[in-house]
Design a binder for this molecule. Structure first.
Ligand code: UD1
Length: 373
């Protein structure tokens, strides 16, 4: 692809800014649209944002501003979203407005301005699967239902086979797994994905949904208590406080380095084979939350160990990690960053960072609302 004009919504954020750097490096003209939300950007405009991008400060709820932002662009990355699973369960209207209505506004703006981008890429999420895929020794591959309130109260953390109630073993989740959202955040991500793909089909705009798994890496907002678990644990340890681990810490996730996310983002522009479909973008490797806390504590030389709370956070699923074979086949996506190398890179960046720990307040808030119990 030649030199393009590319819009990144949420381009001042963690994934957006890394993507912007890579695109600028390839000679593209990048426009960033971002509201610089205080929870994510307490100091305002982040120092890391490339000075070579054109910046428009605006919210996804602002159709007028978005209509300016989409003018004359060849490619759009729609990465802007509010991202806290726990927070989405009490800021329901805000999350739905920023994510669902925000995406509707973006599509409306494209239509109203007669823009016809050559590619539209939306940041979807593994959270839309709900529970990941499992294997039952009797029934084969199964998709267990969401864990019941009674089950998690009894601290029976593992899902069971939906047919025979036997114990099941988590396996890599494929894109074909039925979606089963368990948080308002997930629901809004599903809306984003489906709206963009439907819009693309309707108006013949090549559109791709990248279902990101758990992203970590440099620039993840350290003082946002609703961000991803790696940044939260890092911030706790930097403040000499124990990471608070929900459930028993043995839940599995797929942690993918932001540099691999950038790889997938760039490949998505080049390939026509991904048009109209969703793709898992993860590392393909499961790791437990407890292990993450231990690795980080060791790498940071912290003298505190994690605290296993035995509590359940509303909206959480037990295990999910990616089957990335479709992205490998269709995009040529191959994760390059080994988790331990990625953590080491993160730890070296943390050395230059300040982190204000707001996690205790955030968890107290969730507890008052009965969302952590
Ligand atoms: C995360 C992202 C979501 C993204 C999805 C897929 C955030 C806030 N969430 O959701 O945007 O779409 O990955 O990429 O960035 N945990 C603790 N202690 C904590 C925080 C979390 O034990 O202080 C546990 C949670 O209970 C959960 C696991 O860590 O079991 C992962 O949590 P989190 O980082 O919030 O990720 P997801 O909910 O998987």
């Amino acid at each position: 692809m030649g030199r393009n004009k590319i819009l990144i919504t949420g381009g001042a954020g963690f994934v957006g800014s890394h993507t912007a750097d890579a695109l600028v490096g390839q000679g593209h003209q990048v426009r960033v649209y971002d509201n610089l939300r205080e929870q994510v950007h307490p100091a305002g405009m982040p120092a890391y944002l490339s000075t070579e991008v054109e910046f428009i400060q605006g919210d996804m709820r602002d159709l007028g501003k978005l209509s300016e932002a989409v003018q004359d662009v060849d490619v759009i990355y729609h990465l802007a979203a509010a991202v806290g699973v726990g927070q989405s369960m009490y800021q329901i209207a805000d999350y739905t407005a920023a994510n669902t209505l925000g995406t509707a506004n973006l599509l409306q703006a494209i239509l109203n301005t007669n823009s016809h981008p050559e590619k539209l890429i939306v940041a979807s999420s593994m959270s839309i699967y709900g529970e990941g895929e499992y294997s039952c020794s009797e029934c084969g591959e199964v998709a267990p239902a969401r864990r019941s309130a009674q089950q998690v109260q009894q601290k029976k953390w593992e899902p069971v086979c939906p047919y025979c109630s036997r114990a099941v073993r988590p396996v890599a989740t494929r894109e074909t797994k039925p979606l089963n959202c368990s948080s308002i955040y997930a629901l809004s991500k599903k809306d984003q994905e489906e709206m963009v793909l439907l819009f693309g089909r309707t108006y013949q705009i090549p559109a791709v949904a990248l279902r990101y798994f758990n992203i970590y890496g440099t620039r993840q907002a350290l003082s946002n208590p609703y961000t991803g678990v790696v940044a939260i644990f890092a911030s706790r340890l930097m403040n000499r406080k124990p990471p608070l681990v929900f459930e028993d810490g043995l839940q599995l996730r797929d942690f993918v380095n932001v540099r691999d996310i950038v790889q997938a983002n760039l490949l998505a522009i080049e390939s026509a084979d991904a048009d109209g479909i969703p793709l898992n973008i993860g590392s393909g490797q499961p790791i437990s939350i407890r292990e993450i806390a231990a690795e980080l504590a060791q790498m940071l030389g912290a003298d505190v160990s994690c605290q296993i709370t035995g509590k359940y956070r509303a909206g959480d699923i037990r295990h999910c990690f990616a089957d990335i074979s479709r992205a490998t086949r269709v995009l040529g996506y191959r994760p390059q960053v080994d988790f331990r190398d990625g953590l080491a890179e993160l730890v070296s960046w943390l050395g230059s960072q300040q982190a204000e720990d707001r996690v205790d307040d955030a968890i107290e808030r969730l507890e008052v609302l009965g969302l952590v119990a």
